[in-house]
Design a protein around this ligand. Structure first.
Ligand SMILES: Nc1ncnc2c1ncn2[C@@H]1O[C@H](COP(=O)(O)OP(=O)(O)OP(=O)(O)O)[C@@H](O)[C@H]1O
Ligand SMILES: [Mg+2]
Length: 469
C-alpha cells in the first residue's frame, strides 16, 4: 500500500516534469516558426510575389519555411534529445527532425481534439533510424489562429530514463518496504513485550521477597491505567490485608498469653507461699477460694475465646433463619429486669407495635444483646436507667441499647471493640472480649455496630442488621 503510493507519486512527478518540458519546447517551436514566417513573408517573399496570401495552411511557401527552420535547428533540438515534427491542420507531416524511421500522420481522434484547441499528451513507441524501438512521451500541440487550427507541433522525448528510474524504484520498494516493515514489527514487539513484562517482572520479584516474616514489601504501581497497574494495585492491597491480618493475630496471641499468664502467676504465687510451711485449715480454704475465682476467670476466658474463634472460622457454614426480634427480647426481659432491679437500676424495654422479622443466627444475636446489656448494667451506677428499643428502619433491623452510666472518653470509642481492651477507669473484672464478640457477630450478619458516648453522660450502642441476606 505504502509502496504503491510512493511509486505512483514518483511516476506522476516524473511525467509532469516531462510534460512541462515538452509544453515549453512546443511553445518555443511554434513561436520560432511564426517569427520566421513573418520574416520570410515580409522581407523575402512579398516583394517578389505580392499575390501570396499571408496564410499558413496549405501554402507551399510556409511549408518550405518550416522545413528550412526545423532543418536549421535540428542539431540544437537533438542536443536536447527532443524530436520535433510539424504537421498541417489535417495531420500530414510538413517537417521533422530526421530521427524517426517511419514518421506517421496524426490520427483522426487526436485531430478532433486539436481542432478544439486541446493539447494531446500520449505515450508512444517509435522505431528510430537506428532501428531501435523506443518509448516516447509525446505532446501534440495545436497552433490556433483566429480560432482555427493552422498547423500542429509535435514534440517527443524518450522515456528511457524515466522508465528505468521507475523500475529501479519499484525494485527498491519491493525489497525495502517489507524489510523495513519486518524490522519495525520485530522492534515494536520487542519494545512492547519489554514494556508489558517489566512491571510483571517487578511484581514477581516483589512476590518472591514477601514471606510471613517480611510483609513490608510493595510493588511499584505503573503510571499507566491498564490491567497491569490494576494487578499491581490489587496485589499491594492484598498484601496490606494480609499484613493487617497477621499483625492482628500476633497482637491477639500476645494479649492472650498475657491474659492467661496473670491468673496462673497469681495462683502459683499463692500456692508456693502456702506450701512454705504448715498452715491452718482456714488459710488453705482462703487460698483455695481465691484460686477458684482465678480458675473461673480462666475458664470464662477460654470459653469466650472459643466463641470468638467459632464465629470467625465458620462464617460460610452459618444458617440464617427468619426470626422475630420480639421473641428474643421476650426470653431476655424477665431475667434482665430482675438483674437490673437487684442493682437498683431501671431497665425499660420498648417493644415496637409490629413484629421485627429478620434473617439472623438467633443464638448469636441473643448473645450479642446479652453482652451489651451486661455492659450497660456493669457500667451504670445505682438509680441509673437502661433503655432498649428495636424496630425496622430502611430495610434494616435496628437495636438500640442506651444507658445513663459512666460512659467513656469520646476518643477511646474506636478502641472498645478491640480484643482485651478495657477502659482504665472502669471495672477491670471483665475480660475485654464482650464488644469484640458483638462486632464479630454483627460482621457475619453484614451489619454495623455504632457506639456513642461521652464521659459521665451514658453510653449508646446501635446495631443495624440487613433484613435479608
Ligand atoms: N455501656 C458502657 N458504658 C461505659 N463503658 C462501656 C460500656 N460498654 C463497654 N464499655 C467500655 O468498653 C470496654 C470493653 O467492653 P467489653 O464488653 O469488650 O469488655 P468488658 O465488658 O470489660 O469485659 P467482658 O465483656 O469481656 O467481660 C469496657 O471495659 C468498658 O470500658
Ligand atoms: Mg462486656
Amino acid at each position: 500500500m505504502l509502496g504503491t503510493i510512493i511509486y505512483e507519486n514518483n511516476k506522476i512527478d516524473l511525467y509532469k516534469d516531462k510534460d512541462d518540458l515538452l509544453l515549453s519546447k512546443s511553445q518555443d517551436v511554434s513561436s520560432s516558426i511564426n517569427a520566421y514566417w513573418q520574416f520570410k513573408f515580409q522581407d523575402v517573399l512579398r516583394p517578389k510575389d505580392p499575390s501570396i496570401a499571408y496564410r499558413k495552411n496549405h501554402n507551399l511557401h510556409f511549408i518550405d519555411a518550416v522545413d528550412e527552420l526545423i532543418e536549421s535547428q535540428s542539431d540544437d533540438l537533438d542536443y536536447f534529445n527532443t524530436i520535433v515534427q510539424v504537421f498541417d491542420d489535417r495531420g500530414n507531416l510538413i517537417a521533422g527532425s530526421q530521427y524517426l524511421k517511419n514518421p506517421e500522420p496524426i490520427d483522426e481522434t487526436s485531430i478532433k481534439k486539436l481542432v478544439q484547441g486541446k493539447k494531446v499528451f500520449a505515450q508512444m513507441s517509435f522505431i528510430t533510424i537506428s532501428q531501435k524501438l523506443v518509448d516516447f512521451r509525446v505532446l501534440t500541440y495545436p497552433v490556433i489562429e483566429n480560432k482555427k487550427l493552422v498547423y500542429i507541433v509535435q514534440t517527443a522525448q524518450s522515456l528511457e530514463w524515466v522508465l528505468k528510474s521507475l523500475r529501479r524504484l519499484q525494485i527498491s520498494l519491493l525489497i525495502f518496504i517489507p524489510l523495513t516493515a519486518f524490522l519495525a514489527a520485530i522492534s515494536t514487539s520487542l519494545f512492547l513485550a519489554n514494556l508489558i513484562l517489566k512491571p510483571l517482572k517487578l511484581l514477581t520479584h516483589t512476590a518472591r521477597k514477601i514471606s510471613a516474616t517480611n510483609l513490608e514489601e510493595r510493588t511499584i504501581v505503573p503510571k499507566s491505567n491498564d490491567e497491569i497497574s490494576d494487578l499491581s494495585r490489587t496485589f499491594n492491597a492484598m498484601i496490606d490485608e494480609i499484613q493487617k491480618g497477621v499483625e492482628t493475630q500476633k497482637k491477639f496471641l500476645t494479649d492472650c498469653s498475657h491474659e492467661l499468664r496473670t491468673p496462673l502467676t497469681i495462683m502459683r504465687g499463692d500456692i508456693e507461699v502456702l506450701l512454705t510451711r504448715k498452715r491452718d485449715t482456714s488459710e488453705y480454704i482462703s487460698i483455695m477460694e481465691s484460686n477458684l475465682i482465678e480458675i473461673q476467670r480462666l475458664q470464662r476466658l477460654v470459653e469466650e475465646l472459643l466463641v470468638l474463634s467459632r464465629i470467625e472460622s465458620a462464617e460460610s457454614k452459618h444458617e440464617f433463619i427468619l426470626t422475630d426480634l420480639n421473641a428474643i427480647m421476650d426470653t431476655l426481659k424477665e431475667d434482665w429486669e430482675l438483674f437490673a432491679k437487684s442493682k437498683n437500676v431501671k431497665l425499660i424495654f420498648y417493644p415496637p407495635t409490629d413484629g421485627v422479622l429478620v434473617k439472623i443466627l438467633k443464638d448469636k444475636i441473643q448473645r450479642a444483646i446479652i453482652n451489651l446489656l451486661d455492659n450497660a448494667l456493669k457500667f451504670t451506677p445505682e438509680h441509673g436507667e437502661i433503655k432498649i428499643s428495636w424496630g425496622i428502619e430502611n430495610n434494616n433491623a435496628i437495636i438500640k441499647i442506651e444507658d445513663t452510666g459512666i460512659g467513656v472518653l469520646k476518643e477511646n470509642l474506636s478502641k472498645l471493640s478491640e480484643r482485651f481492651y478495657r477502659e482504665g477507669r472502669s471495672d477491670q473484672s471483665g475480660l475485654g472480649l464482650g464488644l469484640s464478640i458483638v462486632r464479630s457477630i454483627i460482621n457475619i450478619h453484614k451489619g454495623t455496630m455504632d457506639l456513642f458516648s461521652e464521659e459521665n453522660h451514658g453510653f449508646m450502642v446501635q446495631l443495624s442488621l440487613p433484613v435479608e441476606h
